[in-house]
Design a protein around this ligand. Structure first.
Ligand code: SAM
Length: 233
């Protein structure tokens, strides 16, 4: 498993071309997945939102588009990603706080946020459980975690094509766009490791979350998880 410093370097190096690579690799579906997650999170005016592992900021920006009057923060441990996110939100005239922080130790107080989101981030953290425990800690009672992660298509006919795409084509396409073939090999291995070892519903429940709902997109390629800390508001 890659060390956190290696992972930070990977994301800092691909940051300048990260958005372009995402859109091309996902055939533009990544826009829809993020939009859907924010819809499911259903933010209300006045709420405090944190997007951890925010990358180039698209989830936080999607929250700002979805609902006025939110207090939104995006955090990531890669300085390059935070810089990019800040530039994007400033260009759009959005008031979002950007913080460079490790999602295992965010530095926020207990019970700080109404919603904590994380899109395609948890898979990159060697200790998945600890990141979920940190999200639980900083959520208010009645608050919710909104998590998006890759999965493996349930359809047995599609599955071999998915693995072929993941193992062979994705690193080539990502490599051509960003100049870092090996970093996209890492993406492949992180998705495989996640599929082989993690059950996010169990991890969420062990951390204390109730009412865990899961929604699959595009034949199970991506899953959104909405989990409540305590009973729903
Ligand atoms: C695949 S990207 C996802 C970015 C963004 N959420 C999105 O939807 O495009 C994963 C992000 O997680 C960040 N990350 C990985 N491990 C982290 C950690 N321990 N603490 C904070 N950020 C982390 C990386 O820097 C990277 O920006």
């Amino acid at each position: 498993m890659n060390e956190p410093e290696t992972i930070k370097t990977i994301f800092t190096q691909i940051a300048p071309r990260y958005d372009a690579a995402n859109h091309i690799i996902s055939f533009g579906l990544d826009f829809l997945w993020r939009k859907k997650l924010v819809q499911l999170a259903n933010p209300l005016p006045g709420e405090k939102i944190l997007d951890v592992c925010c990358g180039s900021g698209d989830i936080a920006i999607e929250f700002a588009k979805k609902c006025d009057g939110l207090e939104i923060t995006g955090s990531d441990f890669s300085e390059g990603m935070i810089r990019l996110a800040k530039e994007k939100s400033l260009k759009k005239g959005m008031n979002i706080n950007w913080v460079q922080a490790d999602c295992l130790k965010t530095g926020f107080d207990d019970f700080s946020f109404d919603i904590v989101s994380c899109a395609f981030g948890i898979r990159n953290i060697p200790e998945y459980e600890k990141s979920v425990q940190e999200i639980y800690r900083i959520l208010k009672v009645g608050g919710k975690a909104a998590i998006l992660e890759f999965s493996v298509p349930e359809n047995a006919i599609l599955r071999p094509f998915f693995w072929m795409y993941l193992h062979y084509l994705l690193p080539i396409i990502g490599g051509i766009i960003t100049g870092y073939y090996r970093h996209y090999k890492y993406l492949t291995s992180s998705i495989k490791r996640w599929h082989d070892t993690a059950n996010l519903v169990d991890i969420l429940k062990s951390a204390g979350f109730d009412n865990v709902a899961v929604e699959s997109f595009n034949f199970g390629l991506v899953k959104a998880y909405i989990a409540y800390k305590g009973s729903k508001k």
